[in-house]
Design a protein around this ligand. Structure first.
Ligand SMILES: [Zn+2]
Length: 185
């Protein structure tokens, strides 16, 4: 079992506190990433997990977040029709789970972003697989330094730009970056 912390960073121009719409533990926020099996096989499509959907684990102890395979064509739809499926490696058949551990994320502040730092977003308990290739999708929020709130931001295009009337300045999110860091117990 490995715990992987998803860390994010971005260039924030006149903005701060980038985070999922409902905060770092937003139950409806969907995380998209690929999974790499212990045998080295990489999943072909992004997998989606969110806190709102959990399944009883085998043996009945606790819950694990549902791992869903999604079709590229509907990757960015807000409402997704998905076939529930625990991930199975196509190569070796290994079954794996990814469980989200909330309570560890922090909004990405401008201070952290300016110093080139990353903010922790979500911790994943990974069994059999490790997450790779996180994809920034929809459902983000951020605020300007002047206090304007921006909601339901779509970062799937890689950046976001607006004009802040209150601060009378342009605001922009760009240069999105991520990394998965193994967290030791
Ligand atoms: Zn495998």
């Amino acid at each position: 079992m490995v715990n992987c912390m998803l860390m994010i960073s971005a260039d924030l121009e006149n903005l701060t506190n980038l985070q999922p719409q409902g905060g770092c533990d937003d139950p409806n926020f969907s995380y998209f990433f690929k999974l790499k099996c212990g045998c080295g096989e990489l999943s072909q499509k992004e997998t989606c997990v969110s806190l709102a959907e959990t399944l009883p684990t085998q043996g009945g102890k606790g819950t694990t977040n549902l791992i869903q395979k999604i079709n590229d064509a509907i990757r960015w739809s807000v409402v997704m029709i998905l076939v529930p499926d625990i991930a199975n490696c196509k190569f070796c058949g290994r079954e794996g789970t990814v469980t989200m551990i909330p309570g560890r994320g922090k909004p990405l502040t401008q201070e952290a972003a300016q110093s080139g730092g990353f903010s922790p977003l979500m911790l994943f308990d990974c069994r059999g697989y490790e997450p790779v290739d996180f994809v920034f999708g929809v459902g983000w929020k951020v605020e300007s330094l002047a206090g304007t709130q921006y909601e339901d931001i779509d970062l799937s295009g890689g950046d976001y730009a607006e004009y802040d009337e209150k601060g009378e300045c342009p605001v922009m999110i760009s240069n999105l970056r991520f990394k998965f860091e193994v967290v030791k117990h």
